[in-house]
Design a protein around this ligand. Structure first.
Ligand code: NFS
Length: 657
């Protein structure tokens, strides 16, 4: 992909709302990630993965294949260790989030946290069954306590295996056993990864990377999966719902609170506090017509999917939201939060509020969430935002808002396809087998200011749906598609004829919003369920499916990429290649992993190439399964004339020809 450095503002994004606010930021003399990227040229040695900073004899820059570090480390060892440490970092972030949710469930169940009830008892019983916990005739709180304790035990377990690995196809579990990468405990694999990559321990690149897969599996099938499942139990399992997106959701006559970060607890509490009649009255007493909540990043995906709170945007919108001048408070917890938010906020009236005991931000107000009584902290924060409402000065709200549908949990997808009593994935499997749906793609991950915001996301998604590939999305990728209307059933007009037929039958969009980044675990569950449903092989690696992170930037994205590979998926990352300095490591991740795991990880900067590789892989998987050859045009495109049209005007296709 083209380097984004030194481009005029309009080239930095395809989003007209972002474009408008970049001009305002420039006029206001405010720097953003979009402008700072111009000043910060990436170090080519660090970027290609061959700078070693693991001890202070260096840093050693291994610019040639025969370069050696002071300890003798090769470029392959260094690139493998850097990748592995990034995966450990990403896995730690998701998993520490999951641990806190498990501790919260325990607190709710034993009564030490007040003000909560279990929102989804069915999910509690289902998760309990997967964890081997008896449910028959037991009180809800007793089941919840056992579920929470078992979840907590998964983090610190020293021996054995994570509980939810049993959701994977049997063949996949065998592969993990054979390669000794079935994680024992979530924490243990991350700690071992950090130990093995410290100076003078594990220097065999293949061996180092194998442990990175084990740590990543602990994220996907452990930390993230528990975060998703337990958040569903506490706050409710997402169900499809309409919503809105983009900076135009901010309101000039209401108190605007933007929730940014990751953990559902904070955002759910702010939602609850903002609905309190006394708080609403307080807002009115300050001249506001109400309290308007919106979100950024994964906090936003969580509250969108469960409460319908609109996202103000994805990762690169965090500073731009403040630049509007109407955000009375931005409330943050952990992950993907720019330190620069405090600087940007100081140029406007916005109060930046840090709420996690794990994350203080210089320049931000610090109001740590009282974990035993979080609603009271949330009310304090909402009042602070209300008090700030009269301090607004000049402002500019871009007019851009798009409609969307979000909330496709795997439970909802099964319900949608089979109804209340026969919930099933059978119609999905049949559609793939018949070739109406050519295959599946998970298009996930971040924005990266080194690439044009949303350009690769939307290009890839559009090309895939055009080719009858059903797309599922999470994280900032899902918000990207939402901004351009791709999460609406109407977007089926851009889909291929086979996918359109499915849309007509089930009423779904061609792109399904499955939640936040920890909810990538929902994709693991659904892929396993598709395998279990039958007719598409006996492992995730048999499925005509690909994972793509077109605009990634985070260690968490690398962890997700690796756990999908370890689960048997072909995964492609866009923008840049963090291991390009070592052809040996590239070969391991592509070819060796293909041999061992029937999954591989590739870095490909060109979005057109990503589409090509995706479609080729899907076709190849279909052929291996002996499925009907994919023939575009075999099915009827919505609105196209049908055989009936020639004879009878009354039998036109549903939208009329
Ligand atoms: Ni995912 Fe969610 Fe967005 Fe990237 Fe950050 S918010 S956890 S890491 S930037 S998709």
């Amino acid at each position: 992909m083209e380097d984004n450095t030194k481009k005029a503002p309009r080239k930095k994004t395809i989003d007209p709302a972002a474009e408008q606010l970049l001009k305002k930021a420039e006029k206001d003399g405010v720097s953003t990630a979009f402008s700072r990227v111009d000043e910060m040229k990436a170090c080519s040695i660090g970027l290609s993965g061959i700078c070693c900073k693991n001890c202070w004899m260096g840093p050693c820059r291994l610019i040639k294949e025969d370069s050696r570090g002071i300890c003798g480390a090769t470029p392959a060892t260094v690139a493998a260790r850097n990748m592995a440490r990034a995966v450990a970092g990403g896995s730690a972030a998701h998993s520490d989030h999951g641990r806190d949710v498990a501790l919260m469930l325990r607190g709710i169940a034993d009564g030490s946290i007040s003000g909560f009830q279990i929102a989804d008892e069915t999910k509690l019983n289902n998760v309990a069954a997967d964890l081997g916990i008896e449910t028959e005739g037991r009180a809800i709180n007793d089941i919840a306590l056992d579920v929470a304790n078992e979840a907590v035990a998964n983090f610190g377990r020293q021996e054995g295996e994570l509980s939810l690995l049993n959701r994977a196809p049997a063949k996949r579990q065998e592969i993990w056993k054979k390669l000794d990468i079935a994680p024992r405990g979530v924490d243990r694999e991350i700690v071992e990864m950090m130990h093995r990559t410290t100076m003078g321990v594990d220097t065999d690149p293949e061996h180092v990377l194998m442990q990175s897969l084990k740590a990543a599996l602990g994220d996907g099938w452990g930390g993230s999966m528990l975060a998703t499942d337990l958040q569903d139990i506490i706050f409710g399992t997402p169900w499809a719902r309409r919503g809105q997106v983009n900076l135009g959701v901010l309101k000039e006559d209401e108190v605007n609170i933007v929730m940014h970060g990751h953990e559902a607890l904070l955002s759910e509490m702010i939602v609850a506090a903002s609905r309190d009649p006394e708080i609403i009255k307080y807002a009115e007493s300050k001249g506001a017509k109400g309290i308007n909540l919106s979100g950024i990043c994964c906090s936003s995906n969580e509250t969108l999917a469960r409460q319908g709170v609109p996202p103000a945007g994805n990762f690169l919108h965090q500073e731009l939201a403040i630049v509007t001048g109407v955000v009375d408070a931005m409330v943050v917890d952990v992950q993907c939060i720019f330190q620069a938010l405090a600087d940007v906020a100081s140029s406007y009236h916005t109060k930046l509020v840090a709420t996690s005991h794990k994350a203080k931000i210089p320049g931000a107000e610090y109001i740590p969430l009282d974990e035993k009584n979080p609603i009271e902290t949330a009310k304090q924060i909402v009042r602070l935002a209300i008090d700030n409402f009269p301090n607004r000065k000049d402002y500019e709200i871009p007019p851009h808002v798009s409609e969307l549908i979000a909330g496709f949990s795997h439970e909802y997808i099964r319900y949608m396809l089979g109804g209340e009593f026969r919930n099933t994935l059978r119609p999905l499997n049949d559609a793939i087998m018949e070739g109406r749906i050519m295959g599946l793609a998970g298009v996930v991950g971040c924005n990266n200011p080194r690439a044009t915001q949303d350009a690769a996301h939307t290009y890839i998604v559009r090309e895939l749906i055009k080719n009858d590939v059903l797309v599922v999305q999470t994280g900032c990728g899902a918000i990207a598609s939402a901004k351009y209307g791709l999460l609406l059933p109407e977007a089926m007009a851009e889909a291929g004829p086979g996918l359109q037929e499915i849309g007509e039958t089930v009423g779904i969009p061609p792109v399904l919003h499955m939640g936040s980044c920890v909810d990538n675990s929902r994709i693991l569950t659904i892929l396993s369920d598709v395998v279990a449903e039958g007719g598409l092989g006996d492992d995730i690696s048999d499925l005509p499916a690909v994972g793509i992170a077109p605009e990634w930037m985070s260690e968490k994205a690398l962890a997700i990429g690796e756990y999908f590979v370890a689960s048997g998926a072909y995964v492609i990352f866009g923008v840049l290649n963090p291991i390009s300095g070592s052809p040996v490591v590239e070969d391991i991740m592509k070819n060796k992993w293909q041999e061992q795991l029937q999954g591989r990880l590739e870095f490909e900067a060109d979005p057109a190439e990503i589409v090509k590789k995706t479609l080729a892989h899907i076709k190849e998987r279909r052929a291996a399964l002996g499925l009907t050859e994919y023939k575009p045009g075999k099915y009827v495109r919505i609105g196209a004339p049908t055989a009936f049209d020639a004879n009878s005007k009354s039998l036109q296709t549903p939208h009329g020809a």
